[in-house]
Design a protein. Structure first.
Length: 52
């Protein structure tokens, strides 16, 4: 994770913290992660390209 760009590292951290509250990736998960990272979907796509 140390090699990730800052915004992708932020996404990973927020994603994991929200996972602690909502273990599935349903509607509530998406609502909470959107509250903290409105662009989370773009960051997720970038992360997939970065590690893929």
């Amino acid at each position: 994770m140390l090699d990730l760009p800052k915004e992708l590292g932020e996404f990973v951290i927020v994603h994991e913290l929200v996972d602690l509250l909502v273990p599935n990736h349903g509607k509530l998960f998406k609502c909470l992660i959107s509250a903290y990272l409105p662009d989370w979907e773009e960051r997720e796509k970038r992360l997939q390209r970065f590690v893929g």
